[in-house]
Design a protein around this ligand. Structure first.
Ligand code: SER
Length: 946
């Protein structure tokens, strides 16, 4: 309190209405007051002061900047981390009419004094207050002259992703700097689908015991990736405690923010025990390119610190470079400010003046009238300093943010790469990438090898099984049906089945051992609900669940699933029966109309060919009756391409050609259709898929315990009263056979995996329609479980190397009716399907023979009527003999007539100019033909031809 009143007195004694600049003429002042607010008593503050003093000296001795105007620096000690005192110290500075203040050192102070800067319009330039929230619109007069921690946190998030980790633990000091930095880290990790799984805040004044308590909590957590975001004073204490707790050994990953690189740069080499505590730690350092200016400053640094009598380390840190550039940045901005003709004036018309008379005397503080202009001038500077290009982007951050990635090894650090906001992680300096298009692809992210804590180059897995290595409790559904998938051996805690084998095979592929116990879930009388099993993971009853667990939306909201190890969408199963075969099945391929039209066409084409041929072709000549028969015979014999009559006219041949093609198509279509009618099973149910089930009122079966019930009610909209739970395949088959109207079900809806097993031995059911969901089965783990990720990778490996298929075949390939004898029986054609055809053919033969017999009888009667009458009284046996000899004669006649016609055809061709061989043949047969002709004429047939 006494200190505060001293401050107020100082403020009062500093006078009012001062311009803050001593004028050398009417335009440009001789000097300009700038304040520097830093903790010069800290090791880092001491070296920063050296850098800033060197910069002020350089500016004041450089005539090219500010002309004769000198920078007049007013140094003010910043009571680091003491917010209230910092306000008083800032007020002291501002009362001295400073046009800008370089500082403060910490983000905590920056937060509180930014409000004062806003009110008095005095720009604050800090290169060490890196809290990202200071860049908010709330603090327009806060200008950061180094890298925003937002970028450092982006770099850490990208490191986490680069090494394939998903979760980190954040240890930080619970102040503005720590809290806000870690919030930014959380945001950046979330962008990459990673997260902070455990936040471990510590008090700014945490004792060793308190740090120990926090680190014990950290050691019990699952993640082994620890991000430490603190300051140079507190950080080494944490490492020391972590070393004592064995947390700096193999398996742990420590990523320290830039406080560690600053400590190593300024105080290097650290005492060996401190170095021992941080072996393998990865840290970041603000990146500044290697330029001539930087090299000169680095070589000058020894001279600058040589004469310094203050105790403590004097190493050059990147912050020194930014401190030096900050003074130059301000000088250039003031220079531009003056060059634009702007002048420095203060006024006390602030609201503070209304407090006049108050014992605090805050009305002594004046507003820098041109503060906004100077702020704009600072943000508009574009210069090259020892840190490289100094220029602001529109969001108030310096251009080209970049960091070096360092690995603490031995007595120092090893650079393992760079991070730039342009292209992410690389092993080449960022400036060599700026000319190329930004490329953040995974393949483009590179770092050199890291030596991790425990002196190992093997990348730590990043997590351990929680609960200090206790065995995982894995819930297994106790199925009562479809036990091929998962089942418990009678009276033992042994499980077997397809899902268990897949799990064991996947676990064997993990590069580490997984201690687990299978715990049965379910009463053993009915199939348990897998949704309930999954829910018990969220309740902490189980650490995972393995079985035929379908990945559904509802369940993924509760747990993380591995990649599916089997596809299993929902399908509809209904009974099938082959259509009752009939003797007239051969008529089914064509409709009656088709038959009629086909028949008419046969006749029509026959008639057409006859018209075209009969004048030229003897085959189509003869008595009308015979020609009519020829037409019929010719037409229908084309059906089998068996017509004997030659076509001689071009037109006739053309018609025949076309017609034969039509016949070919008709024949093949008929054959195909008849085959399918006789062999393919036909559905007897009108159900064609899920759609047809929605609109009817029939009952539908589902596998008891399955998610299918909820799905059908909630997603498909089927009324609950229509759903019938079916426990076993036998129950399902019976219900389907009975049908909905006899207390059973019309259709059964289940996942393809079960239905394939169901149908493998039941050929009188089938799947109708398509799979209407695309589910799969996976193993369930708690949200964000790293084991789920590793198991997914293992399952993919099993799928790729064929083991998954082998396990599938072992358990799920059973004797399917599709490939066995039963199928052959189903497809074999029997007489039942063909007796109609045989009947028609038999009838045709019978009729033809009958007609033939009648004709013979009639002829016999006619030719021998007299003979019959004369021998009327002869014996019956001699009659029969006479009739038989007559039949023989007729047969001989028919034979001779046929031979004669053949000979006539040959002679016709010979006389028509046929070949000599044809002539010879004609001669050879001429005699018998003549004799037959006379026989024919005697019988009175073919009179026209005679
Ligand atoms: N696979 C089904 C489910 O997960 C039945 O067990 O609900």
């Amino acid at each position: 309190m006494i200190k505060f009143w001293l401050v107020v007195l100082m403020v009062l004694s500093s006078g009012f209405y001062s311009t803050g600049a001593v004028m050398n003429d009417s335009t440009v002042p001789d000097s300009v007051n700038i304040g520097i607010l830093y903790s010069f008593n800290t090791s880092i503050g001491r070296i920063l002061k050296i850098a800033m003093e060197a910069a002020v000296e350089d500016v004041n001795s450089d005539p090219s900047i500010l002309g004769k105007t000198q920078l007049k620096v007013i140094m003010q000690e910043d009571s680091k981390y003491k917010g209230f005192l910092s306000i008083a110290e800032t007020l002291q500075l501002m009362a001295k009419h400073t046009v800008a203040i370089i500082g403060p050192q910490s983000s905590i102070t920056a937060h509180v004094i930014s409000h004062v800067a806003n009110e008095l319009q005095v720009p604050l330039l800090s290169f060490s207050a890196t809290d990202p929230t200071l860049s908010s619109l709330q603090f327009p007069f806060f200008i950061r002259t180094a890298q925003n921690d937002l970028f450092q946190m982006t770099a850490i998030a990208e490191l986490v992703v680069f090494f394939g980790w998903r979760q980190v633990i954040a240890i930080y000091v619970d102040d503005d700097h720590g809290r806000n930095g870690i919030t930014a880290l959380g945001d950046k990790l979330a962008e990459k689908r990673c997260k902070i799984s455990f936040k471990a805040p510590m008090s700014t004044e945490a004792t060793k015991e308190e740090i120990t308590d926090v680190l014990v909590q950290v050691a019990l957590a699952e993640s082994r990736i620890i991000v430490l975001h603190t300051n140079t004073i507190w950080g080494p204490k944490v490492f020391s405690v972590a070393q004592n707790l064995g947390m700096m050994g193999t398996g742990y990953v420590w990523i320290a923010t830039s406080f560690l690189s600053t400590l190593l740069d300024t105080a290097s080499p650290l005492p060996s025990d401190e170095m021992q505590d941080i072996q393998g730690v990865v840290t970041l350092r603000m990146y500044t390119p290697e330029t001539e200016l930087k090299r000169r400053f680095v070589s000058r640094w020894k001279n600058l610190t040589r004469g310094n009598t203050a105790s403590g380390p004097m190493g050059l840190t990147t912050y020194c470079l930014y401190a030096y550039d900050t003074v130059w940045l301000l000088a250039r901005a003031i220079d531009t400010f003056f060059k634009k003709g702007d002048r420095i004036t203060f006024s006390n018309d602030s609201k503070l003046s209304q407090l006049h008379g108050d014992s605090l005397h805050l009305d002594a503080l004046n507003i820098f009238n041109e503060g906004n202009k100077l702020r704009s001038s600072i943000l508009g500077v574009n210069m090259t300093g020892v840190t490289g290009q100094v220029k602001y982007t529109s969001d108030g951050n310096l251009v080209n943010p970049a960091f070096e990635v360092l690995n603490v090894i031995g007595t120092g650090v090893r650079k393992i790469g760079y991070w730039s906001n342009h292209s992410g992680l690389s092993v080449v300096p960022p400036e060599s990438l700026y000319s190329k298009p930004a490329n953040r692809s995974v393949a483009n992210q590179k770092l050199h090898d890291v030596i991790w804590p425990g002196d190992t180059v093997h990348k730590p897995r990043g997590w351990v099984f929680p609960n200090s290595g206790k065995r995982l409790k894995i819930g297994i559904p106790k199925r009562v049906s479809y036990r091929e998938f998962v089942s418990q051996a009678q009276g033992a805690d042994l499980f077997k089945g397809f899902c268990i084998d897949v799990f064991l095979a996947a676990v064997n592929l993990l590069p580490y051992g997984v201690p687990y116990n299978f715990v049965p879930f379910g009463d053993g009388n009915s199939n348990p609900s897998n949704t309930e099993l999954v829910r018990l993971i969220t309740a902490g009853v189980f650490d995972a669940a393995v079985g035929d667990i379908t990945i559904t939306t509802e369940r993924t909201r509760m747990v993380d699933f591995t990649q599916p190890f089997i596809e299993s969408g929902l399908v509809v199963v209904t009974p099938v029966k082959k259509l009752e075969t009939s003797a007239w099945a051969f008529l089914r391929p064509f409709t009656p109309m088709m038959w009629a039209v086909t028949g008419i066409f046969f006749l029509f084409v026959g008639a057409a060919v006859w018209i075209l041929e009969h004048r030229l072709n003897d085959d189509f000549r003869g008595p009308p009756k015979r020609q009519f028969v020829t037409i019929l015979w010719f037409s229908f014999s084309t059906m089998f391409f068996a017509h004997r009559e030659k076509t001689v006219s071009t037109l006739g041949r053309f018609v025949l050609l076309i017609w034969l093609f039509v016949v070919l198509i008709i024949n093949s279509s008929y054959t195909a259709s008849l085959t399918s009618i006789l062999t393919v099973q036909q559905l007897v149910s009108p159900i064609e898929g899920i759609e047809s089930l929605i609109n009817i009122k029939d009952r539908i079966g589902y596998l008891q315990g399955s998610f299918t019930r909820d799905y059908l009610i909630e997603e498909v909209g089927i009324d609950e009263s229509r759903l019938v739970p079916l426990k076993t395949p036998e129950e399902t088959a019976k219900a389907l056979k009975d049908g909905s109207h006899n207390g059973g079900v019309t259709a059964y809806i289940d996942e393809r995996a079960y239905t394939e097993l169901f149908l493998s031995s039941r050929c009188d059911f089938t799947i109708v329609g398509q799979e209407f969901t695309r589910n799969g089965w996976g193993f369930a783990f708690p949200r964000d479980s790293p084991l789920a990720i590793d198991m997914s990778t293992a399952i993919l490996e099993l799928a790729e190397n064929g083991d998954l298929q082998r396990i599938h075949d072992k358990w799920l390939l059973s004797s399917a009716c599709l490939s066995q004898g039963s199928k052959l029986e189903v497809d074999r054609l029997n007489l039942k399907s063909f007796w109609g055809l045989y009947l028609v053919a038999g009838l045709a033969c019978f009729l033809a023979l009958l007609i033939y017999l009648i004709q013979i009888m009639r002829q016999y009667k006619k030719d021998h009527s007299e003979e019959v009458e004369s021998s009327n009284h002869s014996q019956g046996s001699s009659r029969v003999r006479t009739f038989l000899s007559f039949v023989d004669e007729k047969a001989e006649d028919v034979k001779s007539r046929s031979k004669r016609r053949q000979m006539e055809r040959i002679s016709y061709r010979s006389s028509d100019g046929g070949s000599s061989s044809a002539m010879a043949s004609s001669k050879e047969y001429s005699q018998p033909a003549a004799s037959n002709r006379s026989t024919d004429c005697v019988t009175g047939e073919d009179q026209c031809q005679c």
